[in-house]
Every structure is written in C-alpha cells, then in structure tokens.
Design a protein around this ligand. Structure first.
Ligand code: PEP
Ligand code: MN
Length: 288
C-alpha cells in the first residue's frame, strides 16, 4: 500500500492513537460500534417525513437524515424546502427523540439548521469546498464528510484534515461511490476504500449504498458488503412512496425493506464482533 500522505497530520492513524468515536446526541459513530443512519433523502411533506422517520426508527437507525438543501445536478430539479422545512424537521426530530444529520451547501445554511442539526453533512460535490469545511468545523457540530465524485482517498482525507485543522476532530467520513467508466450503476461504490481508510485514519467511515448505486435492488447487497468490509455505519434512504419522491426515488427503500435490512445489518455487525448502537428513541414502533 502507498505511504500515507505527509499532510494527514491530525487524521492519520498512528501506532499510539485509538479509533475515534464521534458522539451526536444519543448516537455513537466509530470505535467498535456499528451505527445505522436512515431517513429521507429530501424533506418533502409532513406525511412523507413522518413515514420515513418511523421506518428509519423501525429499521434500528440511531441517527436520522432528511435534507432541506439539495445539491442537484440539474437546476430544474427539486432543490429542497430550505428554510420552509425547518419546523418540519424540528417536529420529527423531537417526535423521534433522535439526532439528525443534514446537508449544508453554504456557510449561511449553518445558521438555518443550527437548532435541528446534530451532525452537519458536506456532500460529495462540496468535498473540496474548503471554506465551507472550515465553517462547518467552527460550528461545533460533528461533520459528516462525503467522498467527492472524483476524489482519491488521499484527497478525501486532506479535506477531512481541513476540518481537523480548523479545530474539530468530530468527523465521520462517508463513502458514496466515485465516477468511473461504468454506467450500470449511478456511481461505483468503492468498498475497498473502507479498509484503506480504516488503516490510514482513526476517523470512522460509513457507507451510503443508496446514493452510490442509485438503485433500490443494489442497496441491500452493498449495505451488507459494507458491514463485511468494516464500515462503522451504513446510511440508507427510505421513502413511503418512492415512485412519487421528489428526489432520488429509485434508490429509496420501502419502509418494510428498510426494517428487514436493518435487522440483517445489525446481525452481521454483531457476527463480525461489533457493538451495535442501540436506539433510545421515543416512538412506538410496535403500532406499525
Ligand atoms: C445525499 O446524501 O443526499 C447526497 C446528496 O449525497 P451525495 O453528496 O453523496 O451525492
Ligand atoms: Mn439523495
């Protein structure tokens, strides 16, 4: 394996350092823990977000997702509810009693999501938006940093180094697929990045099988493979009506699929000797 980059000063694994654990509200990511992150790709309506949260909790998620700012390839695609959705997220986050991870596209978004974000996420398209990374670090919230579409692992860890050098080591890396010549999947999920990153860095690394594959049928096999590869967590898109979704419907799991997969992922994580982050939510999942 090539030598680690010399400027991975704060994020590099060393002989003396332990694997990092990032705490976000009641959720724990890293260490020897497996953590499920799940929820909506985009916040759309109260009914959709409520159903996505119920499904995520039933699946065993301890960190919920649902974005207000969407970084879409087309300017004509749904860009998110933005400020208009803050109250909706606040309601669901309080109802579930679980922490929330949400994407920010611009430093100004940090103020918008301040009251509802337990983790701020920097998306693939912003991985090298270094001013945004610095502001996220200064927000005092943990940062989930997705791998850029064309970023090498070294570049990804250098982006994480920007966050670390700006004062925060509460960083969760997220592998979400890279651009290759292959067109059968939306992106090529680079699962080998998981053990490589875990060797080079003490930071936890989670895998997003939804955005990487772009396809519901591929989410389960790649999520299971991610756990087998040593991922510290998996992040899933769930939607009660994927065909009617305003964003990324083809990759979203139905609630029942998410629950079944969550159980398999936890089982596999335990089988591989991991502790599973257990939800301490406030929803009644027996009613569903
Ligand atoms: C997302 O997770 O909603 C997302 C936009 O992902 P990415 O930045 O990996 O494309
Ligand atoms: Mn999405």
């Amino acid at each position: 394996m090539p030598a680690p980059h010399p400027d991975h000063r704060l994020v590099a694994m060393t002989d003396t350092c332990a694997r990092s654990t990032v705490r976000a509200g009641s959720a724990v990511v890293g260490g020897d823990t497996f953590t499920l992150v799940a929820g909506a790709c985009a916040v759309e309506t109260p009914e959709q977000l409520g159903a996505a949260c119920d499904a995520a909790v039933a699946a065993g998620a301890t960190l919920l997702r649902g974005d207000l700012f969407k970084h879409r390839t087309s300017p004509y695609a749904f860009q998110g509810l933005r400020e208009d959705g803050v109250a909706l997220v606040a309601h669901e986050r309080a109802r579930a009693g679980l922490p929330w991870v949400i994407e920010v596209l611009h430093p100004d978004d940090l103020e918008t999501v301040d009251a509802i974000a337990d983790v701020v996420r920097v998306g693939a398209r912003n991985m090298q938006n270094f001013e945004l990374l610095k502001e996220c670090a200064r927000s005092g919230k943990p940062v989930m940093l997705k791998r850029g579409l064309s970023a090498t692992i070294d570049e990804w860890l250098l982006a994480a180094e920007y966050v670390a050098a700006s004062g925060s080591l509460d960083i969760i890396l997220c592998e979400r697929g890279i651009r290759t010549f292959e067109t059968a999947t939306r992106n090529t999920l680079d699962l080998s990045a998981v053990p490589v990153v875990r060797e080079r860095s003490h930071l936890p690394v989670v895998v997003d099988p939804s955005h990487s594959t772009g396809s519901r049928a591929l989410v389960e096999p790649m999520a299971l493979a991610a756990v087998a590869a040593g991922a510290d967590g998996v992040m899933l898109d769930v939607h009660p009506d994927p065909a009617g979704a305003r964003c990324d419907g083809p990759q979203a799991l139905l609630p029942g699929e998410a629950a079944a997969l969550g159980a398999k992922l936890r089982g596999l994580a335990r089988w591989t000797g991991r502790t599973v982050d257990e939800p301490v939510h406030t929803l009644d999942t027996t009613a569903a």
